[in-house]
Design a protein around this ligand. Structure first.
Ligand code: HEC
Length: 439
């Protein structure tokens, strides 16, 4: 076990959620925008409309700055935050998918080189070569999505991998195809939103309305198809995930409303810009992107929540304890060892003097147990943002140690919580700590 990374008040899980949700915008823009670019550039050459190229130059610069500065920074941010908050989860992913990532990085490098070459060879190489460079970018960016989606989907629905441990058994898992198609569709809506914002700043009215009309159509198609694939994706979720998806303590009732609401407003925005392209302005365009961000945050957050209590479904709990044997990989569940030794002995990093519980250190020991086993999903402070434990204790009415200890004993009766692992004495210490939070 690694040391626990507790982020004050916000909670480590939400730190990841903020960075990762933001990252969706630049990453999906990076994977989609060049399809639109190549399409417009092709039109410019075929119909001999060089004025369209003005848009492309501006659009590529936007992608370069937004995707390759903010996107790259937030991408690295995801790696940092997931590595410190869930090192064992990351270790499991690396052990299984390091070649997936290596392949993805190859395509990412092609992407980075291609966008710079594309930008700086404008008008300097022949049209066909320039279009080919654009296509190389578009394809390699999308291939990186093809790979990353496999790994993300694996965590939610590892499918046959749980038995075989096979790379492709986990990669081509039950939610892979619908999720890839959903992301592919929605990425065109992201490209369209940005294209409208960039085109809104163009002076040439004719170019502006041409681009905005086309982008709006791409946006409408992307949103409609993406919503359709979402339904398929939802149906492909493991039964347990669909079961917890309906539980309001896990998924606040407002979340699905934000997702559906943002999709409806986006559709209306695309329809509006299709009908009145010249009325499209910068500020509402940016607001539409922010609204999409709210929708993304809720949707991704729901995807993360339905995976509970696991970080890798039916393999590792969110608190990094391995829940089930994995014979194919010679990995044993940690539960029996922790129950026998006690979590305070099993965990490598425990403050001095707290490994053995006595009457005088019981409260402190209980707190450390909560940090190790509960803080992945609960902040410990009362004013914490992520299901603060004091509020949970209050909700469950845990005003005395016996009740608290009984509840800890069947924590996994809540389908979204892992079972408690540790000795009876540790259960008691945790109960004492929980009751100390009761106000
Ligand atoms: C995998 C995530 C996860 C972990 C780990 C986790 N919980 Fe929870 N817990 C939840 C969720 C989700 C809820 C429901 C949130 C709500 O009611 O707002 C919850 C609710 C609770 C409740 C209130 C139950 C009720 O009556 O509704 C208590 C008490 C609680 N948790 C205690 C703990 C303790 C103690 C630990 C550590 C041993 C722990 N939890 C670990 C996810 C988790």
């Amino acid at each position: 076990m690694y040391p626990v990374w507790q982020f004050p008040a916000i909670g480590s899980a939400l730190v990841i959620a903020f960075i990762a949700s933001f990252h969706i915008l630049p990453s999906h823009l990076a994977t989609s925008a060049f399809w639109f670019n190549v399409y417009v550039e092709n039109k410019a050459y075929k119909q001999n409309r060089p004025e369209l190229l003005e848009f492309i130059k501006k659009y590529v610069l936007t992608i370069l700055i937004f995707s390759f500065v903010f996107g790259s920074l937030s991408g690295v941010g995801i790696w940092y935050s997931i590595t410190v908050s869930n090192p064992k989860g990351i270790s499991a992913l690396i052990h299984n998918y390091v070649w997936g990532w290596a392949t993805e990085w190859v395509f990412f490098i092609i992407e980075v080189v291609a966008i710079y070459v594309y930008y700086y060879t404008f008008g300097k190489v022949d049209k066909k070569t320039h279009l080919t460079i654009g296509l190389i970018y578009a394809l390699s960016a999308w291939i990186s999505m093809i790979i990353i989606t496999g790994i993300i989907a694996f965590m939610l629905s590892p499918g046959k991998w749980l038995k075989t441990g096979g790379f492709f058994d986990g990669f081509f898992n039950p939610t892979y195809v619908p999720q890839l198609l959903m992301r592919t569709s929605f990425m065109f809506a992201v490209a369209a939103l940005y294209a409208i914002v960039v085109a809104a700043t163009l002076k040439n009215k004719e170019v502006k309305s041409f681009i905005i009309r086309k982008a709006s159509l791409w946006g409408i198609a992307g949103t409609l198809l993406g919503s359709g694939f979402f339904v398929w994706y939802y149906k492909a979720l493991p039964d347990a995930a669909r079961e917890v998806a309906g539980m309001t303590p896990l998924i606040p009732a407002i979340m699905p409303h934000i997702v559906i609401g943002s999709l409806i407003v986006l559709m209306l925005w695309f329809i509006f810009t299709l009908i009145k392209p010249n009325w499209a302005k910068l500020v509402p365009g940016v607001l539409a992107i922010l609204l999409l961000l709210a929708g993304i945050f809720s949707a991704e957050s729901m995807r993360e929540r339905v995976r509970k209590p696991y970080v890798i479904d039916h393999y590792m709990y969110s608190n990094q304890i391995i829940a089930n044997d994995m014979a194919a990989k010679h990995v044993k569940s940690n539960l029996a060892a922790i129950d026998a030794q006690g979590i305070l002995h099993y965990a490598y990093f425990v403050p001095a003097g707290l490994r053995d519980i006595t009457d005088s250190n019981m409260l402190q020991a209980g707190k450390v147990i909560a940090q190790i086993e509960c803080s992945a999903c609960h902040t410990l402070q009362a004013d914490g943002w992520l299901r603060p434990l004091p509020a949970m204790v209050k909700k469950a009415g845990l005003s005395n140690v016996d009740d608290a200890q009984a509840l800890i004993g069947f924590l996994n009766a809540f389908p979204y919580m892992p079972q408690f692992a540790g000795t009876e004495m540790e259960k008691k210490a945790l109960a004492v700590y929980l009751v100390s939070l009761y106000k």
